[in-house]
Design a protein around this ligand. Structure first.
Ligand code: ADP
Ligand code: MG
Length: 288
């Protein structure tokens, strides 16, 4: 089973400033449809021709979910995890008023302004994108190690208080070539709207434990563990800098502290993985 995780072709992390490109700022041109999910996101077509899953400032969870998505999404990309590309999406007032009709009871109506967008993986017309795979296909996911072991170290670091969520994708013409996993829904990193880091050894496991069967030791979480440990604080700050102040729940100055805490806790991720291994859940049955 170890071979499943030992995908040599997976690229290594980037930790230098050169890797930090600015987040795309786009204008929404069409509200396509509601997506599932507690934050009541929408699939939105933007002026780059791509579709994005957009979470709105007035979502029913917390406005900081948008800040969390952008910061965690950027950090994940910095260490080369397969995370959905992020964007800041400007939704003009006319689009919201165009879609005035057809709201369901209890639905939050999107408001105009700047919102968070997660680029829809592939063309919605030409790609199979699913939230769930049967075990046989899950075992064969091409980037299993990056998504689930790198993702686990990342979730420990960022204190993701939601279960790990991924989508699996393949092109409609790519039957038999296997699926790729993409990390999505980083909204509850940094403990949701709280921006704190309550520790729990029992948190962050993907519910389908077969993704951990290959783990035989700490080295299976590389190169992501080392990439987190070696991050420079200036890289973290550069990722945080782009967050629109209105996504910070009235206290944008708290972002500086969040960045400092992330920087401080990066050296403790290794121990968190060991604590998880020793937890009652025994998530890594093949650890030697
Ligand atoms: N980048 C993406 N590409 C494809 N599908 C996505 C992407 N982001 C989200 N989705 C889909 O949208 C759904 C809702 O997104 P999610 O971020 O989980 O919202 P919530 O925070 O409300 O749970 C997901 O279950 C997934 O099916
Ligand atoms: Mg979700």
């Amino acid at each position: 089973m170890a071979e499943v995780c030992a995908q040599k072709s997976e690229p290594g992390p980037r930790t230098s400033h050169d890797a930090i490109q600015s987040t795309a700022r786009l204008r929404a041109v069409e509200l396509v449809r509601r997506m599932r999910g507690g934050s009541q996101p929408w699939l939105v077509r933007c002026d780059d021709g791509q579709c994005y899953v957009v979470k709105f400032q007035n979502n029913p969870q917390h406005v900081r979910v948008l800040a969390n998505e952008l910061l965690a999404g950027r950090l994940a990309q910095l260490i080369n995890l397969p995370a959905a590309a992020c964007a800041i999406v400007d939704v003009p007032a006319y689009l919201v008023s165009l879609s005035r009709n057809g709201w369901l009871e209890g639905e939050v109506r999107p408001c105009a302004g700047l919102h968070f967008g997660s680029r829809f993986v592939g063309d919605p017309e030409k790609a199979f994108v699913v939230d769930f795979l049967p075990s046989r296909l899950l075992r064969a996911v091409r980037n299993l190690r990056a998504a689930f072991l790198g993702g686990f170290a990342f979730d420990k670091w960022t204190c993701n208080c939601d279960g790990r969520q991924v989508v699996f994708c393949r092109t409609t013409s790519g039957e038999g070539t296997g699926y790729h996993a993409l990390l999505i829904d980083q909204g509850f990193c940094f403990n949701d709207g709280d921006w704190s880091f309550p520790e729990s050894a029992a948190r962050n496991f993907y519910p389908r434990r077969l993704v951990y069967e290959c783990v035989q030791g700490l080295e299976f979480f590389e190169p992501y563990l080392s990439a987190i440990e070696n991050l420079q604080i200036s890289c973290l700050a550069a990722c945080a800098q782009e967050i629109p102040p209105e996504w910070c729940g009235g206290k944008p100055e708290k972002l500086d502290r969040l960045v400092e805490e992330l920087f401080e806790r990066r050296k403790r991720v290794r121990q968190s993985v060991i604590d998880a291994k020793n937890s009652e859940l025994k998530p890594f049955p093949n650890w030697r």
